[in-house]
Design a protein around this ligand. Sequence first.
Ligand SMILES: Cc1cc2nc3c(=O)[nH]c(=O)nc-3n(C[C@H](O)[C@H](O)[C@H](O)COP(=O)(O)OP(=O)(O)OC[C@H]3O[C@@H](n4cnc5c(N)ncnc54)[C@H](O)[C@@H]3O)c2cc1C
Ligand SMILES: NC(=O)C1=CN([C@@H]2O[C@H](COP(=O)(O)OP(=O)(O)OC[C@H]3O[C@@H](n4cnc5c(N)ncnc54)[C@H](OP(=O)(O)O)[C@@H]3O)[C@@H](O)[C@H]2O)C=CC1
Ligand code: HEM
Ligand SMILES: [Cu+2]
Ligand SMILES: [Fe+3]
Length: 492
Amino acid sequence: MSGGDMAKPLLGHRSTEGDPSVVPAAGRTIGVLGSGDFARSLAIRLVCSGFKVVVGSRNPKRKACLFPPAAEVTFQAEAVKKTDVIFVAVFREHYSTLCDLADVLAGKILVDVSNNTEINHHKESNAEYLASLFPACTVVKGFNVVSAWTLQSGARDGNKQVLICSNSQEAKRTVAEIAQVMGFTPVDMGCMSSAREIENIPLRLLPAWKIPIFLALGLFLCFFTYNLVRQVIHPYIREQKNKFYKIPVEVVNTTLPCVAYVMLSLVYLPGVLAACLQLYYGTKYRRFPDWLDQWLQHRKQIGLLSFFCAALHAVYSLCLPMRRSHRYQLIETAVKQAMEKKMTIWVEEEVWRMEIYISVGIIALGLLSLLAITSLPSIANSLNWREFSFIQSTLGFIALVISTLHTLTYGWSRAFDENQYKFYLPPTYTLTLLVPCTVILAKVAFSLPCIQHRLLRIRRGWEKGRSTDFLGFLTAKTSCFLSVWINLSTEL
Ligand SMILES: Cc1cc2nc3c(=O)[nH]c(=O)nc-3n(C[C@H](O)[C@H](O)[C@H](O)COP(=O)(O)OP(=O)(O)OC[C@H]3O[C@@H](n4cnc5c(N)ncnc54)[C@H](O)[C@@H]3O)c2cc1C
Ligand SMILES: NC(=O)C1=CN([C@@H]2O[C@H](COP(=O)(O)OP(=O)(O)OC[C@H]3O[C@@H](n4cnc5c(N)ncnc54)[C@H](OP(=O)(O)O)[C@@H]3O)[C@@H](O)[C@H]2O)C=CC1
Ligand code: HEM
Ligand SMILES: [Cu+2]
Ligand SMILES: [Fe+3]
């Protein structure tokens, strides 16, 4: 079954015929121990990339039919003898059963591809454990971050990076070369002590998203409860009115935009705080506190979640007039009017208010979509740094300003209407305005020529105390006062 005329690689061998001392990466023989999912996918990929593959199995006869004909499937010891680089596609628990092979394995490169089921499950990493079992071998950790599926379907989709570490530079280079020929991007993670970190990576679920997602869920819960009390519980308790039908659409559609709007302002707040600190320190060389660092690094995720909520809000809003409850209310109003013999209910102000806030909301969502699209790596890569930062920083801030206009025109004079205060709770939109308006005011303050001038100087490397002209002294005083004021107002 193995060998034969089907043993043709899909990709041609790289031409290195001129130099016989160099074993070309493609064309060399690679060993694979194990015949499971990972071993099979790996073998297929290696064959397709132009390598010769020998698979070592405890039961080669039965397993051979699972592999491409171009791969040779034989006993473990046989396979190991034919090659210098061996992928160990066996679970850690079974490493010790390979100890009989120690003699034939001596001096060869072992690639540990294993993963764990829990973070830091064992005292030492799997790769270090393998190295301790085979002291005469050179162990390289790698390929555990790609799935058997990625190996088979090609690196086209999915993650292209393969993290590699080893104590031997030589062995690491060999494995990196193999990864490259297979179409992956090897990433050097240093020496063997990084193995544990590499093994933990596939176990972490969306690490950068954890905090932003909890933030979004937390805000959602708070606003949802608040709106529930105002829109459903209050009429039920005060007037015995059953408004529970509002929960699936209306309460949700008051909650989602509030989360979107507040999250959007939380994307631009840390930049403002950072500028305040820079003004206060009088230098850009002092480190920000950890919480601010973390916050700055999570802005992308917070922004994308904000966009997600805003998009849902838009769809919910479009569906508002579609509902049966809305139709009944329309008819009831019409009947009431007919009884009262009123001809028109047209209120010019209300009409304009709605036309404006809908239009403005659509523009804000359009701008946010632009931000979301440019955060896709393929599109971000096609923009230069200035274009990217213009879209992210300037257009994003404009989206925040426009969302504020949307919210203000929607809310209009309702904040001053006593009937809107259910259980003394003000309308939801008034609460959401707090952080965004602070951010906008702070940005406006920073654009005052005097402060902007100083901020720009600091960001170009100027430091307080190094130069002491009178103008510098004056601006220091003003901006100090302003930054304290801004800090205070954000805390409030
Ligand atoms: C839908 C959506 C998608 C997003 N996608 C991404 C994304 O893909 N990637 C991403 O990083 N963020 C993303 N974000 C987050 C956000 O858009 C960016 O972090 C944005 O750059 C923040 O702008 P900023 O002006 O507050 O902060 P910054 O651009 O960090 O800067 C703050 C201020 O400091 C100035 N400044 C900063 N550093 C320097 C310096 N070294 N020298 C001189 N001046 C300086 C800037 O000019 C600016 O005035 C996204 C947000 C949303 C809503
Ligand atoms: N599946 C995946 O997507 C990924 C897997 N990995 C890692 O690859 C390794 C293999 O995973 P996978 O292929 O899914 O697992 P499987 O259970 O499918 O395969 C394991 C293979 O190990 C061989 N083996 C050798 N000695 C023993 C033994 N004593 N007892 C049992 N089996 C033995 C067996 O082959 P035979 O009977 O021929 O000897 C068996 O086919 C694991 O370390 C895993 O963490 C890493 C990344 C992704
Ligand atoms: C296509 C785009 C949009 C449309 C059609 C739209 C439509 C609406 C509608 C109809 C309302 C009133 C909801 C109600 O009657 O309860 C509303 C409220 C609101 N919208 Fe939008 N909107 C859009 C985009 C946005 C965006 C991008 C944001 C901010 C990120 C936003 C934030 C808000 C806020 C905060 C409220 C007030 C919620 C409340 O307190 O009741 N909207 N929008
Ligand atoms: Cu100045
Ligand atoms: Fe275990």
